[in-house]
Design a protein around this ligand. Sequence first.
Ligand SMILES: [Zn+2]
Ligand SMILES: [Zn+2]
Length: 345
Amino acid sequence: MRAAVLREYNADLSLEEVTDPTCPEDGVVLEVMACGVCRSDWHGWVGEHPRVKPGQIPGHEYCGTVVEAGARAKFAIGDRLVAPFILACGACPSCQSGHQNTCPNQRLPGFIEPGAFAQYIAVPFDHNLAILPDTLSPTVAAGLGCRVTTAWHALTGRAAVQAGEWVAVHGTGGVGLSAFLLAKALGARVVVVDIVEEKLTHALSLGADAAVNALAGDTALAIREITGGGAHVSIEALGIEATTNASIECLRPLGRHVQVGMPVGHTAKMQINMNAVYMGNLALFGTRGMPSWRYPSLLSLIESGAVDMTPLVAREIPLSSASDELRAFNGPTAPGVAVITDFTA
Ligand SMILES: [Zn+2]
Ligand SMILES: [Zn+2]
């Protein structure tokens, strides 16, 4: 099959013919329909992701059609499925208590095992997967492997956002844009933050209640003024120190900060304004991925028409353009994400 392989950090992915994947006994082989290019892929591509090594086929937000099913697979040939990027074992205490995204036995295609920047992908533990609704295009559905599900769990599973609350979203890349759209669908009021004016305009055109350019001054102060005392919930969607502190400092007393952005760098340590946490009686949540049992709630919200995720996708690209998209993450990016939909070009 054709695949894009990371051979050298910060260099073009190598387009190669590689061996077709072997079907796991407890899973399936998917013919990939679509795969998003995510900032987490960029972390691997620049060499700062602790797990990603040369030889890796990236790609962890994908959907596809089953072309082969193992003896113990839950799904059958022909099923159209979306996979969460964390594939949980289903049997350990974390899984059995409903927290599959913290499973210690998790499998991670795209980071450790071959990912979906390829025509086919082997997916073990297929009980994590969900059937794609017919109404959802594969291009939009690809985001349901990572960015959209992560945002959904951050808002509903962690911060428990309520209608009428103010939600601040720091960083309007793929996961930030998803969080903004979903928070609006939940009835929250949303203030978005970015340094790219075009992204703020884009979010405002999609219904954001307010927008703050982080280059314009004190972001946290601006948000406290807009929201009349601070946001109830703040989503950090980039993974750097400046946005993390702005997220914490923009909250009202008893506010909830959710760390969605993967912290940048090998140590990923930051200096955090713990006095703001202490004085504000704030809650800090970490979050990564979504337990797969939560797919039905998200899919039914999207199917109902209550939220339109199509603005998330800026362009469909061929596999050969994935390197350009990774390189683009070196600097500020335009609104929306790129999704690979042609794996032969
Ligand atoms: Zn991702
Ligand atoms: Zn488990």
